[in-house]
Design a binder for this molecule. Structure first.
Ligand code: CP
Length: 308
């Protein structure tokens, strides 16, 4: 692997190697993420054109735990506001000796554009990691989700997983679906209103459920997704109350899932919309461990890329 642009196309062996590498960075306690010298002397540039709390910060922590130098650009105060293009920005950061770019962008395909540009200009040794592009993919979230599932469920065989809510705009859903398929989950369900489920989603090998109870039935893993209001226009936008009534995760609705089902959410959560606080703060929710595992998995991605 040179770049990480998507979970699509990663083999089971590659995914397993990344998960095992992530595990090697965690100590006896999940809170104990090791510091290692693997990226000493390397410069990691975080370039985020969209807001982020978890991804940007855990990438920074992960790079520091790998002993890299980390440069965080605040794109809202950068010269992109004066009209500088994405690729001119990249060229200038390359001139500052970047070894790795971590890129979040509102446009699907922006990290791919950077990879093509680096290839064309003879700089294929600079690594690019997709930290979320439009609706397309969020591969490191997919990987940390797989780590979380494997941690709590021991593996993927026989697992029933439900992704609930705004599938249409969710890059996390796509990254999770590709990884879950490759890792051998038994059943992957997407659950939500017709307007928020892509028409071609069944081609990815998932079951579509409009009804929450049927989607949750006997599930081992429940992944709630945020309504991405910023990507919706009038007709698509359901009212928060209506959405909560039909698809909001409550303890009552979760009775349809297995009693030991875990509840995940990539964040940020809209409490009282896709998930009740009573569920989000309950012992079955593993939402904060997902964030901690994100540090280890981002260390895994950067170290595997840097090691060729
Ligand atoms: N899960 C996730 O991508 O969160 P942030 O937008 O805060 O990075």
């Amino acid at each position: 692997l040179i770049h990480l642009l998507s979970t699509e196309g990663l083999s089971r062996e590659q995914l397993t190697r990344l998960l095992d590498t992530g595990a090697s960075f965690l100590g006896v306690s999940d809170r104990d993420v090791k510091k290692v010298p693997l990226l000493r002397g390397k410069s990691v540039f975080n370039i985020f054109f969209e807001n982020s709390t978890r991804t940007r910060t855990t990438f920074e922590i992960a790079a520091k735990r790998l002993s890299a130098d980390v440069i965080n650009l605040n794109m809202s105060t950068s010269s992109t506001a004066k009209g500088e293009t994405l690729l001119d920005t990249v060229d200038n950061l390359c001139a500052m000796h970047a070894d790795m770019f971590v890129v979040r962008h509102e446009s699907s395909g922006a990290p791919h554009l950077i990879v093509d540009h680096l290839r064309r200009t003879g700089r294929s040794d600079i690594h690019v990691i997709n930290a979320g592009d439009g609706r397309h993919g969020h591969p490191t979230q997919g990987l940390l989700d797989m780590y979380t599932i494997r941690h709590y469920k021991g593996g993927f065989e026989g697992l029933k997983v439900a992704l609930i809510g705004d599938i249409l705009h969710s890059r996390v859903a796509r990254s999770d679906i590709h990884a879950l398929k490759t890792l051998g989950a038994e059943s992957i369900r997407v659950v939500g209103p017709q307007t928020l489920i892509p028409t071609d989603i069944e081609s990815l090998g998932v079951e579509v459920h409009r009804d929450l109870d049927s989607g949750l039935k006997d599930c081992d893993v429940v992944i709630a997704l945020r309504l991405q209001r910023e990507r919706m226009s009038g007709a698509l936008l359901p009212s928060a109350t209506e959405f909560h009534d039909r698809y909001g995760l409550t303890h009552e609705r979760l009775k349809a899932a297995k009693p030991d089902a875990i509840v995940m959410h990539p964040g940020p959560m809209n409490r009282g919309v896709e998930i009740d606080s009573a569920v989000a703060d309950s012992p079955r929710a593993v939402i904060l461990p997902q964030v901690t595992f994100g540090i280890a998995m981002r260390m895994a991605v950067m170290s595997v890329l840097a090691g060729g």
